[in-house]
Write a protein that binds this ligand. Structure first.
Ligand SMILES: Cc1cc2nc3c(=O)[nH]c(=O)nc-3n(C[C@H](O)[C@H](O)[C@H](O)COP(=O)(O)OP(=O)(O)OC[C@H]3O[C@@H](n4cnc5c(N)ncnc54)[C@H](O)[C@@H]3O)c2cc1C
Length: 317
């Protein structure tokens, strides 16, 4: 049995945790390959020792850039190696490109998986559906593409195998031409890995006021998330901050929701948080039903007082 894990090097490290579960729960020998979407100049030691059989990487380009290129590369590797599962992060790039690959290969795709269990002679993949209200346990009868939410697994060594790094030629996508690349407005946000998230909603009166949340996040060494209107309608923050059903699914130790009403589509992204704190001036806001701690009050009064207390505890001026 062979598995292919696809992603950036960080993802290949993290998803080795999923490979490890598959190997432990499988009655057959499992070989695990990976496809790095970025060129590898020299073998990184933290990847080399995990136990991958082969790690493929693009040789003729710096990075597999487009969904079509990725879909074709994965389809080609699948046709040559007959993988039982293709595993990748459940992010936009992989959802789009691997849906296309799944269609070409005529195999199903299970997105947003957050847990893997071993069933009798098969694997069971768990994901939440219906805005987080229902857990769906799915088991493919044959080959499948599995997309896993980042932050679900800790990477680690899963076999003693010596890894070979295999350069491959990627076919150039001539359907369009990149004319310019621009840096995103803020630094890379990896909300899926954050332990503390300060999340902002429409309770904020202006874009400028979001600095209150960024200052609090800096103080707590957390990251800033947001509800959909903040990213999609008001465009106060880039999409990578957006949490919920159509945004990112997060699982921090502490989630502080400031001025977020708590509609099911937002809750769907935060259900796996360990502790949820909600600040809302409306005592009937639905967020309180899902919060471990609720503060009925004005976020503009709460944030300065809370920050002051944290500074006192941390001994920060
Ligand atoms: C198909 C679909 C997918 C969606 N996906 C997502 C998604 O992924 N993520 C997401 O977030 N939403 C999503 N939505 C939108 C969702 O339904 C809500 O509209 C959205 O979550 C509301 O955002 P909000 O809580 O910031 O704003 P609001 O619902 O307007 O809530 C603002 C809250 O702030 C409180 N408030 C106001 N002023 C203050 C103050 N000074 N201090 C304290 N509290 C204050 C108010 O009492 C209110 O509860 C989706 C909707 C659809 C239809």
């Amino acid at each position: 049995m062979r598995i292919l894990i696809v992603g950036k090097l960080n993802d290949i490290i993290e998803l080795s945790g999923a490979a490890s579960i598959m190997i432990r729960s499988s009655s057959q020998a499992v070989d695990v390959d990976a496809l790095s979407i970025e060129k590898i100049m020299r073998a990184p030691p933290e990847v080399e020792t995990l136990g991958y059989d082969r790690i493929f990487y693009p040789d003729n380009i710096e990075r597999i850039e487009t969904p079509r290129q990725l879909a074709e590369t994965v389809t080609d590797l699948m046709n040559k190696n007959d993988y039982i599962y293709i595993i990748a992060p459940s992010t936009k790039l992989f959802k789009e490109s691997l849906a296309y690959a799944g269609q070409k290969l005529q195999i199903p795709i299970i997105p947003d998986v957050s847990q893997i269990e071993a069933g009798p002679g098969r694997h069971i993949f768990m994901r939440t559906i219906m805005a987080g209200r229902v857990r769906s346990y799915e088991t493919p009868l044959n080959k499948a593409i599995i997309l896993i939410g980042l932050g679900r697994f800790r990477g680690g060594r899963f076999s003693e195998k010596k890894t070979s790094f295999v350069p491959i030629k990627i076919s150039v996508d001539t359907s369009f031409r990149i004319i310019e690349k621009r840096e995103k407005a803020r630094g890379a946000v990896r909300l899926e890995e954050a332990d503390i998230i300060i999340s902002v909603g429409r309770g904020f009166r202006s874009k400028d006021d979001l600095k209150l949340a960024f200052e609090l996040a800096d103080l707590l060494r957390g990251q800033v998330g947001c509800s959909r209107p903040i990213a999609a309608d008001l465009k106060w923050l880039p999409e990578e901050h957006w949490i919920g059903l159509s945004g990112k699914k997060v699982r921090p130790k502490l989630y502080i929701a400031l001025g977020i009403s708590g509609q099911p589509q937002h809750i769907a992204g935060i259900l796996e948080s360990r502790v949820i704190v909600a600040v809302n001036k409306d005592p009937n806001a639905p967020i309180f039903k899902n919060a471990d701690y609720g503060i009925v009050g004005d976020l503009y009064e709460f944030i300065p007082k809370f920050s002051e207390k944290i500074k006192e505890i941390l001994g920060v001026k």
